[in-house]
Design a protein around this ligand. Sequence first.
Ligand code: FCB
Length: 470
Amino acid sequence: MLMHSDRHAGIGPLDPEARALAGRFPRGFAWGVATSAYQVEGAAHEDGRGDSIWDEFCRRPGAIKDGASGERACDHYHRLEEDIGLIANLGANAYRFSIAWPRVQPLGAGEWNEQGFDFYDRLVDGLLERGVAPYLTLYHWDLPQALQESGGWANRDTVERFAEYAVEVGRRLGDRAASIATHNEPWVVAILGHEAGNFAPGLKSQKVAMQVSHHLLLSHGMALQALRAERCVAPLGIVLNQAPVHAASNSPEDLARARLDDGLTIRWYMDALLHGRYPEDVLEFLREDAPQVAAGDLDAIRQPLDFLGINYYTRNLSGTGTPLAPVDHGREVTDMGWEVFPGGLTELLLRLQVDYRLPPIYVTENGAAYRDRLVDGRVADAERIRYLHRHIAAMADALEGGVDVRGYFVWSLLDNFEWADGYTKRFGIVFVDYATQRRTLKDSALWYRAFCRAAAAVTPSTTEGRNHGR
Ligand code: FCB
Protein backbone atom coordinates (compact mmCIF):
# COMPACT_ATOMS: atom_id res chain seq x y z
CA MET A 1 0.00 0.00 0.00
CA LEU A 2 1.27 3.42 -0.90
CA MET A 3 1.12 6.16 1.68
CA HIS A 4 1.02 9.69 0.42
CA SER A 5 2.38 12.20 2.82
CA ASP A 6 1.54 15.19 0.62
CA ARG A 7 -0.74 16.39 3.38
CA HIS A 8 2.32 17.35 5.40
CA ALA A 9 2.99 20.99 5.12
CA GLY A 10 6.79 20.64 5.22
CA ILE A 11 7.06 20.28 1.49
CA GLY A 12 4.88 22.68 -0.34
CA PRO A 13 5.22 23.93 -3.87
CA LEU A 14 8.71 23.97 -5.26
CA ASP A 15 10.99 26.65 -3.84
CA PRO A 16 11.91 29.36 -6.37
CA GLU A 17 15.55 28.29 -6.45
CA ALA A 18 14.65 24.75 -7.47
CA ARG A 19 12.20 26.07 -10.04
CA ALA A 20 14.96 28.19 -11.56
CA LEU A 21 17.24 25.14 -11.51
CA ALA A 22 14.69 23.10 -13.48
CA GLY A 23 14.71 25.87 -16.10
CA ARG A 24 18.42 25.33 -16.72
CA PHE A 25 17.73 22.01 -18.49
CA PRO A 26 16.42 21.47 -21.99
CA ARG A 27 13.08 19.93 -22.71
CA GLY A 28 13.35 16.23 -23.30
CA PHE A 29 15.95 15.84 -20.57
CA ALA A 30 15.48 12.45 -18.86
CA TRP A 31 14.55 12.82 -15.19
CA GLY A 32 14.56 9.40 -13.63
CA VAL A 33 14.95 7.14 -10.66
CA ALA A 34 17.09 4.00 -10.51
CA THR A 35 17.22 0.57 -8.89
CA SER A 36 18.93 -2.75 -9.60
CA ALA A 37 17.48 -6.24 -9.72
CA TYR A 38 19.16 -7.89 -6.73
CA GLN A 39 18.60 -4.86 -4.52
CA VAL A 40 14.82 -4.66 -4.98
CA GLU A 41 13.26 -7.69 -6.64
CA GLY A 42 13.30 -10.41 -3.98
CA ALA A 43 11.58 -13.61 -5.19
CA ALA A 44 15.10 -14.95 -5.37
CA HIS A 45 14.01 -18.53 -5.79
CA GLU A 46 10.70 -18.23 -7.57
CA ASP A 47 9.50 -18.88 -11.09
CA GLY A 48 12.70 -20.61 -12.09
CA ARG A 49 15.28 -17.98 -11.11
CA GLY A 50 18.74 -19.48 -10.58
CA ASP A 51 21.18 -18.60 -7.81
CA SER A 52 23.41 -15.59 -8.29
CA ILE A 53 26.80 -14.91 -6.74
CA TRP A 54 25.07 -12.49 -4.38
CA ASP A 55 22.69 -15.17 -3.08
CA GLU A 56 25.75 -17.29 -2.42
CA PHE A 57 27.80 -14.45 -0.91
CA CYS A 58 24.99 -13.51 1.48
CA ARG A 59 25.10 -17.03 2.93
CA ARG A 60 28.67 -16.46 4.10
CA PRO A 61 28.72 -15.69 7.80
CA GLY A 62 29.82 -12.10 8.35
CA ALA A 63 29.67 -11.08 4.68
CA ILE A 64 26.65 -8.78 5.12
CA LYS A 65 26.50 -6.31 7.98
CA ASP A 66 23.03 -7.24 9.21
CA GLY A 67 23.25 -10.85 8.03
CA ALA A 68 20.52 -10.12 5.49
CA SER A 69 20.16 -11.01 1.81
CA GLY A 70 18.17 -10.00 -1.26
CA GLU A 71 15.88 -13.02 -0.81
CA ARG A 72 12.89 -10.73 -0.24
CA ALA A 73 14.37 -7.23 -0.59
CA CYS A 74 11.57 -4.78 -1.54
CA ASP A 75 9.44 -7.60 -2.93
CA HIS A 76 9.35 -5.60 -6.14
CA TYR A 77 8.82 -8.82 -8.14
CA HIS A 78 5.37 -9.19 -6.56
CA ARG A 79 4.60 -5.48 -6.36
CA LEU A 80 5.41 -4.57 -9.90
CA GLU A 81 2.17 -2.74 -10.66
CA GLU A 82 2.33 -0.72 -7.47
CA ASP A 83 5.96 0.23 -8.07
CA ILE A 84 5.37 1.25 -11.68
CA GLY A 85 2.52 3.41 -10.38
CA LEU A 86 4.90 4.89 -7.84
CA ILE A 87 7.43 5.83 -10.52
CA ALA A 88 4.77 7.37 -12.74
CA ASN A 89 3.30 9.20 -9.77
CA LEU A 90 6.70 10.80 -9.12
CA GLY A 91 6.48 12.47 -12.50
CA ALA A 92 9.73 10.82 -13.56
CA ASN A 93 9.93 10.26 -17.31
CA ALA A 94 12.67 7.60 -17.05
CA TYR A 95 13.40 4.52 -14.96
CA ARG A 96 16.73 2.73 -14.80
CA PHE A 97 16.65 -0.92 -13.75
CA SER A 98 18.67 -4.05 -14.35
CA ILE A 99 17.86 -7.53 -15.58
CA ALA A 100 18.79 -10.35 -13.23
CA TRP A 101 20.75 -12.64 -15.53
CA PRO A 102 19.91 -15.77 -13.43
CA ARG A 103 16.21 -14.92 -13.66
CA VAL A 104 16.22 -15.14 -17.44
CA GLN A 105 18.97 -17.76 -17.82
CA PRO A 106 19.25 -19.66 -14.54
CA LEU A 107 22.59 -21.31 -15.29
CA GLY A 108 24.14 -18.48 -17.29
CA ALA A 109 24.27 -20.75 -20.34
CA GLY A 110 21.73 -22.82 -22.22
CA GLU A 111 18.04 -22.54 -21.47
CA TRP A 112 16.11 -19.30 -21.20
CA ASN A 113 13.50 -18.92 -18.50
CA GLU A 114 10.29 -17.61 -20.05
CA GLN A 115 8.78 -16.67 -16.72
CA GLY A 116 11.77 -14.44 -16.08
CA PHE A 117 11.39 -12.70 -19.42
CA ASP A 118 7.63 -12.30 -18.76
CA PHE A 119 8.42 -10.26 -15.70
CA TYR A 120 10.66 -7.83 -17.61
CA ASP A 121 8.13 -7.66 -20.45
CA ARG A 122 5.48 -6.58 -17.99
CA LEU A 123 7.88 -4.08 -16.45
CA VAL A 124 8.86 -2.50 -19.77
CA ASP A 125 5.32 -2.41 -21.15
CA GLY A 126 3.95 -1.08 -17.86
CA LEU A 127 6.49 1.74 -17.89
CA LEU A 128 5.79 2.64 -21.50
CA GLU A 129 2.04 2.71 -20.85
CA ARG A 130 2.69 5.27 -18.13
CA GLY A 131 4.97 7.40 -20.28
CA VAL A 132 8.16 6.32 -18.50
CA ALA A 133 11.17 5.41 -20.65
CA PRO A 134 12.88 2.12 -19.66
CA TYR A 135 16.68 2.40 -19.29
CA LEU A 136 17.95 -1.15 -19.03
CA THR A 137 21.21 -2.46 -17.56
CA LEU A 138 22.31 -5.99 -18.37
CA TYR A 139 24.69 -6.58 -15.50
CA HIS A 140 24.32 -5.00 -12.08
CA TRP A 141 26.49 -7.58 -10.31
CA ASP A 142 24.31 -10.69 -10.05
CA LEU A 143 26.27 -13.27 -12.08
CA PRO A 144 24.62 -16.71 -12.26
CA GLN A 145 26.35 -18.78 -9.55
CA ALA A 146 26.78 -21.65 -12.03
CA LEU A 147 29.18 -19.46 -14.02
CA GLN A 148 31.12 -18.57 -10.87
CA GLU A 149 31.64 -22.26 -10.31
CA SER A 150 33.59 -22.39 -13.53
CA GLY A 151 35.68 -19.35 -12.65
CA GLY A 152 33.21 -16.48 -13.11
CA TRP A 153 34.60 -13.31 -14.68
CA ALA A 154 38.16 -14.59 -14.27
CA ASN A 155 37.33 -17.21 -16.91
CA ARG A 156 37.39 -15.82 -20.44
CA ASP A 157 34.45 -18.06 -21.42
CA THR A 158 32.16 -15.86 -19.33
CA VAL A 159 32.76 -13.10 -21.87
CA GLU A 160 31.05 -15.18 -24.56
CA ARG A 161 28.23 -16.22 -22.24
CA PHE A 162 27.60 -12.53 -21.54
CA ALA A 163 27.51 -11.62 -25.23
CA GLU A 164 24.92 -14.40 -25.82
CA TYR A 165 22.85 -13.17 -22.90
CA ALA A 166 23.05 -9.59 -24.20
CA VAL A 167 21.82 -10.63 -27.63
CA GLU A 168 18.88 -12.54 -26.17
CA VAL A 169 17.81 -9.57 -24.05
CA GLY A 170 18.30 -7.30 -27.06
CA ARG A 171 16.05 -9.53 -29.18
CA ARG A 172 13.31 -9.54 -26.63
CA LEU A 173 13.41 -6.02 -25.20
CA GLY A 174 15.67 -3.99 -27.49
CA ASP A 175 12.74 -2.62 -29.49
CA ARG A 176 11.24 -1.01 -26.39
CA ALA A 177 14.25 -0.04 -24.26
CA ALA A 178 15.28 3.62 -24.24
CA SER A 179 18.83 2.33 -23.88
CA ILE A 180 20.81 -0.76 -22.97
CA ALA A 181 23.88 -0.49 -20.76
CA THR A 182 26.14 -3.52 -20.62
CA HIS A 183 27.77 -3.14 -17.20
CA ASN A 184 27.16 -1.16 -14.07
CA GLU A 185 30.43 -0.02 -12.48
CA PRO A 186 32.98 -2.59 -13.68
CA TRP A 187 35.51 -1.12 -11.22
CA VAL A 188 33.31 -2.21 -8.31
CA VAL A 189 32.82 -5.70 -9.73
CA ALA A 190 36.55 -6.18 -10.35
CA ILE A 191 38.05 -4.51 -7.31
CA LEU A 192 35.49 -4.82 -4.52
CA GLY A 193 34.51 -8.29 -5.70
CA HIS A 194 37.94 -9.76 -6.45
CA GLU A 195 40.63 -7.67 -4.71
CA ALA A 196 39.05 -6.13 -1.59
CA GLY A 197 36.68 -9.08 -1.35
CA ASN A 198 33.91 -7.23 0.48
CA PHE A 199 31.49 -7.77 -2.43
CA ALA A 200 30.56 -11.02 -4.20
CA PRO A 201 32.26 -13.28 -5.05
CA GLY A 202 34.58 -12.22 -2.22
CA LEU A 203 38.02 -12.98 -3.70
CA LYS A 204 41.22 -11.22 -2.64
CA SER A 205 43.72 -11.02 -5.44
CA GLN A 206 44.86 -7.99 -7.42
CA LYS A 207 45.92 -10.21 -10.29
CA VAL A 208 42.51 -11.85 -10.54
CA ALA A 209 40.78 -8.48 -10.14
CA MET A 210 42.66 -6.95 -13.05
CA GLN A 211 41.98 -9.96 -15.26
CA VAL A 212 38.31 -9.64 -14.33
CA SER A 213 38.31 -5.94 -15.20
CA HIS A 214 39.72 -6.80 -18.62
CA HIS A 215 37.12 -9.51 -19.19
CA LEU A 216 34.30 -7.17 -18.13
CA LEU A 217 35.45 -4.54 -20.63
CA LEU A 218 35.92 -7.18 -23.31
CA SER A 219 32.44 -8.57 -22.66
CA HIS A 220 31.07 -5.05 -23.07
CA GLY A 221 32.77 -4.70 -26.45
CA MET A 222 31.71 -8.17 -27.62
CA ALA A 223 28.13 -7.55 -26.48
CA LEU A 224 27.97 -4.26 -28.40
CA GLN A 225 29.32 -5.91 -31.53
CA ALA A 226 26.87 -8.80 -31.23
CA LEU A 227 23.88 -6.56 -30.51
CA ARG A 228 24.70 -4.36 -33.48
CA ALA A 229 25.14 -7.40 -35.72
CA GLU A 230 21.61 -8.36 -34.67
CA ARG A 231 20.40 -4.86 -35.55
CA CYS A 232 19.39 -3.97 -32.02
CA VAL A 233 17.82 -0.52 -32.26
CA ALA A 234 18.29 0.58 -28.64
CA PRO A 235 21.16 3.01 -27.96
CA LEU A 236 24.05 1.05 -26.41
CA GLY A 237 26.57 2.04 -23.77
CA ILE A 238 28.07 1.35 -20.35
CA VAL A 239 27.85 2.82 -16.85
CA LEU A 240 31.00 3.72 -14.90
CA ASN A 241 31.47 4.92 -11.35
CA GLN A 242 33.71 7.95 -11.64
CA ALA A 243 34.92 10.51 -9.16
CA PRO A 244 37.68 13.07 -9.32
CA VAL A 245 40.68 11.92 -7.32
CA HIS A 246 42.20 14.63 -5.13
CA ALA A 247 45.52 14.29 -3.34
CA ALA A 248 45.20 14.34 0.43
CA SER A 249 48.10 16.82 0.59
CA ASN A 250 50.56 18.52 -1.74
CA SER A 251 53.41 16.17 -0.84
CA PRO A 252 55.00 14.54 -3.90
CA GLU A 253 54.04 11.11 -2.52
CA ASP A 254 50.38 12.00 -2.16
CA LEU A 255 50.28 13.66 -5.57
CA ALA A 256 51.82 10.55 -7.14
CA ARG A 257 49.37 8.26 -5.36
CA ALA A 258 46.44 10.40 -6.51
CA ARG A 259 47.67 10.22 -10.11
CA LEU A 260 47.90 6.44 -9.86
CA ASP A 261 44.43 6.17 -8.33
CA ASP A 262 43.12 8.37 -11.12
CA GLY A 263 44.63 5.82 -13.50
CA LEU A 264 43.19 2.82 -11.68
CA THR A 265 39.67 4.21 -11.35
CA ILE A 266 39.12 6.58 -14.29
CA ARG A 267 41.72 6.20 -17.05
CA TRP A 268 41.81 2.37 -16.93
CA TYR A 269 38.19 2.31 -18.09
CA MET A 270 37.97 5.48 -20.15
CA ASP A 271 41.24 4.92 -22.04
CA ALA A 272 40.26 1.35 -22.88
CA LEU A 273 36.71 2.19 -23.95
CA LEU A 274 37.45 5.37 -25.87
CA HIS A 275 41.10 5.08 -26.92
CA GLY A 276 41.56 1.31 -27.10
CA ARG A 277 44.53 1.12 -24.71
CA TYR A 278 45.34 0.76 -21.02
CA PRO A 279 47.27 3.59 -19.35
CA GLU A 280 51.05 2.99 -19.30
CA ASP A 281 51.57 4.21 -15.75
CA VAL A 282 48.97 1.76 -14.43
CA LEU A 283 50.44 -1.15 -16.39
CA GLU A 284 53.84 -0.30 -14.95
CA PHE A 285 52.44 -0.22 -11.44
CA LEU A 286 50.66 -3.56 -11.90
CA ARG A 287 53.64 -5.39 -13.41
CA GLU A 288 52.89 -9.12 -13.22
CA ASP A 289 49.36 -8.39 -12.00
CA ALA A 290 48.51 -6.73 -15.32
CA PRO A 291 45.87 -8.71 -17.21
CA GLN A 292 46.53 -11.06 -20.09
CA VAL A 293 45.29 -9.26 -23.15
CA ALA A 294 44.90 -11.23 -26.38
CA ALA A 295 45.56 -9.67 -29.78
CA GLY A 296 42.53 -7.69 -30.89
CA ASP A 297 41.00 -7.39 -27.42
CA LEU A 298 41.48 -3.65 -27.12
CA ASP A 299 39.98 -3.04 -30.55
CA ALA A 300 37.02 -5.15 -29.48
CA ILE A 301 36.65 -3.06 -26.31
CA ARG A 302 36.73 0.25 -28.18
CA GLN A 303 33.29 0.19 -29.78
CA PRO A 304 31.36 3.33 -30.61
CA LEU A 305 29.28 4.29 -27.57
CA ASP A 306 25.80 5.72 -28.07
CA PHE A 307 25.97 7.01 -24.51
CA LEU A 308 28.07 6.85 -21.37
CA GLY A 309 26.51 6.57 -17.92
CA ILE A 310 28.31 8.14 -14.98
CA ASN A 311 27.46 7.26 -11.38
CA TYR A 312 28.58 10.03 -9.07
CA TYR A 313 28.39 10.14 -5.29
CA THR A 314 31.52 11.81 -3.92
CA ARG A 315 35.15 12.60 -4.71
CA ASN A 316 38.06 10.35 -3.78
CA LEU A 317 40.81 11.61 -1.52
CA SER A 318 43.99 9.71 -1.96
CA GLY A 319 47.39 9.68 -0.32
CA THR A 320 50.06 7.45 1.14
CA GLY A 321 49.40 8.14 4.82
CA THR A 322 46.79 6.53 7.03
CA PRO A 323 43.54 7.42 5.36
CA LEU A 324 41.40 9.77 7.41
CA ALA A 325 37.66 9.66 6.92
CA PRO A 326 36.27 12.94 5.50
CA VAL A 327 34.28 13.42 8.69
CA ASP A 328 37.58 13.62 10.62
CA HIS A 329 38.37 16.68 8.51
CA GLY A 330 35.10 18.24 9.59
CA ARG A 331 33.54 17.73 6.18
CA GLU A 332 29.86 17.07 5.60
CA VAL A 333 29.22 13.37 5.02
CA THR A 334 26.26 11.09 4.32
CA ASP A 335 25.37 8.01 6.34
CA MET A 336 27.84 6.05 4.16
CA GLY A 337 30.62 8.32 5.43
CA TRP A 338 30.90 9.67 1.88
CA GLU A 339 31.77 13.34 1.65
CA VAL A 340 29.12 15.60 0.11
CA PHE A 341 31.08 17.21 -2.71
CA PRO A 342 28.81 18.40 -5.54
CA GLY A 343 31.50 20.41 -7.32
CA GLY A 344 33.25 17.14 -8.07
CA LEU A 345 30.53 16.25 -10.56
CA THR A 346 31.10 19.42 -12.58
CA GLU A 347 34.86 19.00 -12.36
CA LEU A 348 34.67 15.36 -13.46
CA LEU A 349 32.41 15.97 -16.46
CA LEU A 350 34.38 18.98 -17.69
CA ARG A 351 37.64 17.06 -17.37
CA LEU A 352 36.32 13.98 -19.22
CA GLN A 353 35.14 16.28 -21.96
CA VAL A 354 38.66 17.66 -22.38
CA ASP A 355 40.40 14.28 -22.28
CA TYR A 356 38.00 12.22 -24.41
CA ARG A 357 35.55 12.58 -27.29
CA LEU A 358 32.50 11.91 -25.18
CA PRO A 359 29.23 10.45 -26.37
CA PRO A 360 26.03 11.81 -24.79
CA ILE A 361 26.27 11.53 -21.01
CA TYR A 362 23.70 10.38 -18.48
CA VAL A 363 24.21 10.74 -14.76
CA THR A 364 22.88 7.24 -14.16
CA GLU A 365 23.16 7.35 -10.36
CA ASN A 366 23.38 10.09 -7.78
CA GLY A 367 21.94 10.17 -4.30
CA ALA A 368 22.62 9.75 -0.62
CA ALA A 369 21.92 7.54 2.39
CA TYR A 370 20.67 9.21 5.54
CA ARG A 371 19.24 7.88 8.80
CA ASP A 372 15.65 8.36 7.83
CA ARG A 373 12.85 7.92 10.32
CA LEU A 374 9.20 7.47 9.54
CA VAL A 375 7.29 9.60 12.03
CA ASP A 376 3.52 9.97 11.76
CA GLY A 377 3.55 8.93 8.15
CA ARG A 378 6.27 11.39 7.17
CA VAL A 379 10.00 11.16 6.47
CA ALA A 380 11.54 14.63 6.80
CA ASP A 381 14.78 14.20 4.84
CA ALA A 382 15.81 17.78 4.22
CA GLU A 383 19.47 16.72 3.90
CA ARG A 384 18.68 14.51 0.92
CA ILE A 385 16.74 17.30 -0.79
CA ARG A 386 19.74 19.55 -0.33
CA TYR A 387 22.07 16.84 -1.65
CA LEU A 388 19.97 16.30 -4.77
CA HIS A 389 19.51 20.02 -5.40
CA ARG A 390 23.22 20.74 -5.15
CA HIS A 391 24.19 17.86 -7.44
CA ILE A 392 21.59 18.73 -10.05
CA ALA A 393 22.96 22.27 -9.97
CA ALA A 394 26.49 20.90 -10.42
CA MET A 395 25.26 18.95 -13.43
CA ALA A 396 23.66 22.11 -14.85
CA ASP A 397 27.05 23.82 -14.55
CA ALA A 398 28.62 21.03 -16.63
CA LEU A 399 25.81 21.24 -19.19
CA GLU A 400 26.36 24.97 -19.52
CA GLY A 401 30.08 24.24 -19.80
CA GLY A 402 29.31 22.32 -22.98
CA VAL A 403 28.99 18.71 -21.78
CA ASP A 404 26.20 16.91 -23.62
CA VAL A 405 24.31 15.69 -20.55
CA ARG A 406 20.97 14.11 -21.44
CA GLY A 407 19.58 12.71 -18.21
CA TYR A 408 19.77 12.22 -14.47
CA PHE A 409 18.67 9.32 -12.26
CA VAL A 410 18.26 9.50 -8.50
CA TRP A 411 19.69 6.53 -6.65
CA SER A 412 17.34 5.22 -5.52
CA LEU A 413 13.62 4.94 -6.05
CA LEU A 414 13.30 2.76 -2.96
CA ASP A 415 15.27 2.03 0.18
CA ASN A 416 16.78 -1.32 -0.68
CA PHE A 417 19.41 -3.99 -0.08
CA GLU A 418 22.62 -1.98 0.00
CA TRP A 419 25.04 -4.86 -0.73
CA ALA A 420 27.46 -5.56 2.13
CA ASP A 421 25.59 -3.00 4.26
CA GLY A 422 22.38 -5.01 3.98
CA TYR A 423 19.30 -2.98 4.90
CA THR A 424 21.19 -0.65 7.24
CA LYS A 425 21.57 2.17 4.68
CA ARG A 426 18.59 3.97 3.20
CA PHE A 427 19.16 5.55 -0.22
CA GLY A 428 15.53 5.72 -1.33
CA ILE A 429 13.42 8.77 -1.96
CA VAL A 430 10.65 6.36 -1.02
CA PHE A 431 10.82 4.81 2.44
CA VAL A 432 10.31 1.06 2.69
CA ASP A 433 9.07 -0.54 5.88
CA TYR A 434 10.56 -3.99 5.29
CA ALA A 435 8.21 -5.75 7.70
CA THR A 436 5.05 -4.63 5.91
CA GLN A 437 6.61 -3.63 2.56
CA ARG A 438 4.67 -0.39 2.85
CA ARG A 439 6.11 2.42 0.71
CA THR A 440 5.98 6.04 1.93
CA LEU A 441 7.11 9.00 -0.14
CA LYS A 442 9.84 10.83 1.75
CA ASP A 443 9.90 14.63 1.57
CA SER A 444 12.65 14.22 -1.04
CA ALA A 445 10.24 12.26 -3.27
CA LEU A 446 7.70 15.07 -2.99
CA TRP A 447 10.42 17.58 -3.79
CA TYR A 448 11.65 15.54 -6.77
CA ARG A 449 8.09 15.19 -8.04
CA ALA A 450 7.61 18.95 -7.92
CA PHE A 451 11.01 19.37 -9.57
CA CYS A 452 10.17 16.92 -12.38
CA ARG A 453 6.90 18.72 -12.98
CA ALA A 454 8.67 22.05 -13.18
CA ALA A 455 11.24 20.55 -15.56
CA ALA A 456 8.47 19.12 -17.75
CA ALA A 457 6.83 22.54 -17.90
CA VAL A 458 9.97 24.22 -19.22
CA THR A 459 9.15 25.84 -22.54
CA PRO A 460 11.56 25.46 -25.46
CA SER A 461 12.35 29.18 -25.46
CA THR A 462 13.54 29.03 -21.84
CA THR A 463 16.39 26.77 -22.80
CA GLU A 464 16.94 27.91 -26.35
CA GLY A 465 20.57 28.55 -27.11
CA ARG A 466 21.58 26.72 -24.00
CA ASN A 467 20.93 23.27 -25.34
CA HIS A 468 24.20 21.52 -24.53
CA GLY A 469 26.07 24.68 -25.44
CA ARG A 470 26.05 23.62 -29.10
C1 FCB B 1 26.52 2.18 -6.51
C2 FCB B 1 25.75 0.97 -6.98
C3 FCB B 1 24.33 0.94 -6.51
C4 FCB B 1 24.20 1.40 -5.07
C5 FCB B 1 24.90 2.73 -4.89
C6 FCB B 1 24.78 3.29 -3.50
O1 FCB B 1 27.87 1.88 -6.52
O2 FCB B 1 25.75 0.92 -8.39
O3 FCB B 1 23.85 -0.37 -6.68
O4 FCB B 1 24.67 0.45 -4.22
O5 FCB B 1 26.25 2.60 -5.22
